[in-house]
Design a protein around this ligand. Structure first.
Ligand code: PNS
Length: 169
């Protein structure tokens, strides 16, 4: 069975990685699919996000990294995926996730959405918060894989921000 784990992954966090590791044990093939969202202004390009995902999941044999545009259910159809995996952290995630799952089910009933509860140690971590912390010169090393932390610091340096943490590079 193939499942899709879709998301923005801008950037990948330890919470995402936890879901990837656990979902990969439930299915034969897990496609981690990065949304090519041209409306949002991402911090990392799709290529950079794919690189970080590949670097962080190279130890999991049945994980593939890909990107998609358009409807998720159309992509699931194209990949012959029977399930969509989503992680749920707090109750605040539930409402939007329920809405997405019901819409996706109406659009393509044969694709099930499977929710995995985030590991409690990651239940407060989000890409948005990680970006805010790094912009404000905070330490994100316990929230993201090492490769992501390095790239975040590098990006801040390139943007000529003077975070103290950047001098560690
Ligand atoms: O990491 P995110 O930003 O929470 O992921 C959201 C994502 C990519 C799962 C969602 O935006 C999505 O599926 N977008 C594709 C467009 C689509 O299918 N929309 C209809 C279902 S709501």
């Amino acid at each position: 069975m193939t499942a899709i784990y879709p998301g923005s992954f801008d950037p990948l966090t330890n919470g995402h990685l936890d879901i990837i590791a656990r979902a990969s044990r439930l299915v034969d093939h897990l496609v981690v699919a990065i949304l090519q969202n041209f409306q949002k202004e991402p911090l990392f390009s799709v290529g950079e996000r794919a690189e970080m995902l590949l670097e962080s999941t190279s130890n999991i044999a049945n994980v593939e990294v890909d990107s998609f545009s358009g409807l998720l259910v159309d992509y699931a159809d194209a990949r012959s995926a029977r399930a969509i995996i989503r992680g749920i952290r707090a109750i605040s995630d539930y409402e939007i996730e329920l809405q997405m799952a019901l819409i996706n089910r109406r659009l393509r009933p044969k694709t099930e959405t499977i929710f995995l509860m985030a590991g409690e140690e990651y239940s407060f971590v989000s890409s948005r918060m990680v970006k805010e912390i790094i912009t404000l010169n905070g330490d994100v090393s316990s929230f993201v894989p090492p490769t992501v932390a390095i790239r975040l610091l590098r990006k801040m340096k390139l943007e000529n921000r003077p975070p103290a943490a950047a001098s560690a590079l």
